[in-house]
Design a protein around this ligand. Structure first.
Ligand code: TYD
Ligand code: MG
Length: 471
């Protein structure tokens, strides 16, 4: 039998270590490893002959399609893949204060008219939740409210035939199982609490939504270890200081992933944003240099955003490269390609790149728009009026095709854009029948002339390599 030795578990990723260590080997987090009570020894081998035989069936059997429950908040339903599936477990992760509790209260407030909904808070007192509900205009919604943290109490309450159909647990880090010694919020507690609640949800057929906080380094504390236990993982994200919020599906057993819902945080709660491109372009000033509009895709949804660049003479020995909303390594690559393939060196200059509105873009298709914004800044010439850009840049400077060109063009046309700079052949391939004037950019060098940049014009020869910096 295994000896029950003390365990040292990373609170960020759940990795177990034999000894205490200052830095988790698995996820690299500092100071996240804590000692936890020993787990019970491994069970003995079950032996053969005592179980029941499992019967196999074929894949093509007729199964009832999971009936989904729509919340009535279209952006939420979209992110979740078309409504809540009974008996499923959903994790809603996000930074503290981003609006998870607000969102879930609003969802329950909408659904409570049709089905029984319960909101169990381990963080806020009943009065606080009532105040929030009043602010959201939901004071009359028949949501069942409770403040509790003991999973034993909660499962006892919910394990009834006519229990609620949707249960929100806010947050899973405050819940505890009394058979474990470790503190609430520890990996063991979070895992055990979630397991109990999900098991009950599956048995009783209700939807359980677990709210989980992300720690400041981005790794979800505890809930990271939940990702594989739940059916759907949603992250609620957004920049502080910006109003918009994105609900992004990272994993979904019952629908597409990478789907997003867009909200705006207002005085009276989260408002749906049906047309996010208009929101992100709202404050755009046309005809300024150092900006390009990127026709992107988030999930299955086209999204236009403005990419801004500023190129300024550097007073530093190692010029700054500061990026907000994009990958700094990718910026380094675009700058290197401009340098090596177009003889346009920015070695003596600071480069700042910003995705307007606080959005974070992960798509390589943004390369061309980033290059456009930089060249526009270098040449001090605005992009041609009404232009969108997209395309991936390869290391030899070629512009590569990206997916869903037709959708990108359609969204651009909808918002009044008249021109697109994009990879060659993509429009034809996508069968796009659009009024947009298409400029095919086969090589990044083709982008220099439209912005008035001449090869070899702007570098400071012999300057040291810039230091990478991400904000
Ligand atoms: P909250 O839902 O409590 O965040 P979380 O549960 O993710 O920690 O949201 C809190 C923030 O939202 C807080 O900074 C105030 C803001 N807020 C509004 O701007 N408008 C509102 O109507 C509400 C309820 C909150
Ligand atoms: Mg909260």
């Amino acid at each position: 039998m295994a000896r029950a030795a003390p365990r040292y578990v990373c609170q960020g990723c759940g990795a177990a270590h034999r000894k205490w260590t200052g830095r988790c080997d698995d996820c690299g987090a500092w100071n996240s490893v804590v000692e936890e009570a020993p787990v019970e020894a491994a069970p003995k081998s079950l032996g053969a002959g005592h179980g029941q035989a499992v019967s196999f069936v074929s894949l093509d059997g007729v199964g009832a399609a999971a009936p989904r429950r729509l919340s009535g908040i279209a952006e939420f339903d979209r992110a979740i893949g078309g409504g809540l599936v009974p008996g499923s477990g959903i994790l809603v992760g996000g930074d503290p204060g981003i609006g998870k509790s607000t969102l879930m209260l609003q969802v329950l407030g909408r659904m409570a008219g049709d089905v029984l909904c319960a909101y169990i808070s381990g963080e806020e007192a009943i009065d606080q939740i009532r105040m929030r509900a009043a602010r959201l205009g939901l004071a009359d919604a028949p949501v069942q409210l409770a403040a509790a943290t003991s999973v034993r109490d909660i499962t006892t309450t919910l394990d009834v035939a006519d229990g609620p159909a949707v249960v929100v647990i806010d947050s899973i880090q405050t819940m505890f199982v009394d058979t474990l010694e470790s503190a609430p919020g520890s990996v063991a507690q979070v895992r055990a609490s979630a397991q109990e609640l999900i098991r009950l949800a599956k048995r009783r057929g209700f939807v359980v939504v677990l709210v989980g906080h992300v720690t400041k380094d981005g790794a979800i504390a505890g809930p990271r270890v939940l990702e594989h236990m739940v059916d759907t993982v949603l992250y609620f994200e957004g920049e502080r200081g910006h109003q918009f919020r994105l609900l992004r599906a990272i994993k979904n057993r019952y629908g597409p992933t990478d789907e997003i819902g867009v909200f705006e945080m207002t005085d009276s709660g989260l408002m749906e944003v049906a047309n996010p491109s208009a929101l992100f372009l709202a404050e755009r000033r046309g005809n300024v240099s150092g900006a390009a509009v990127f026709a992107g895709i988030e999930g299955t949804r086209p999204l236009l955003v403005e990419i801004q660049a500023l190129v300024a003479p550097s007073a530093l020995a190692t010029p700054r490269r500061a990026v907000v909303g994009w990958d700094s390594a990718r910026l380094a690559m675009v700058l290197a390609v401009l340098d090596a393939r177009c003889a346009l060196s920015l070695a003596g200059r600071d480069v700042y790149l910003n995705v307007a509105g606080g959005l974070r873009i992960g798509e390589p298709a943004a390369d061309l728009a980033v290059a456009g914004a930089i060249l526009s800044a270098v040449g001090d010439r605005p992009a041609p009026e009404g232009t969108v850009m997209f395309g991936e840049i390869g290391l030899s400077g070629e512009v590569r095709a990206v997916g869903q060109s037709a959708q990108r063009l359609k969204e651009a046309a909808k918002l009044g854009f008249v021109r697109a700079m994009m990879p060659p052949g993509a429009a034809r391939q996508a069968g796009a029948d659009t009024d947009i004037e298409i400029h095919e950019i086969g090589h990044i060098g083709d982008l220099l002339a439209p912005f008035g940049c001449a090869p070899g014009a702007s570098g400071a020869p012999g300057a040291p390599a810039p230091r990478q910096e991400a904000i």
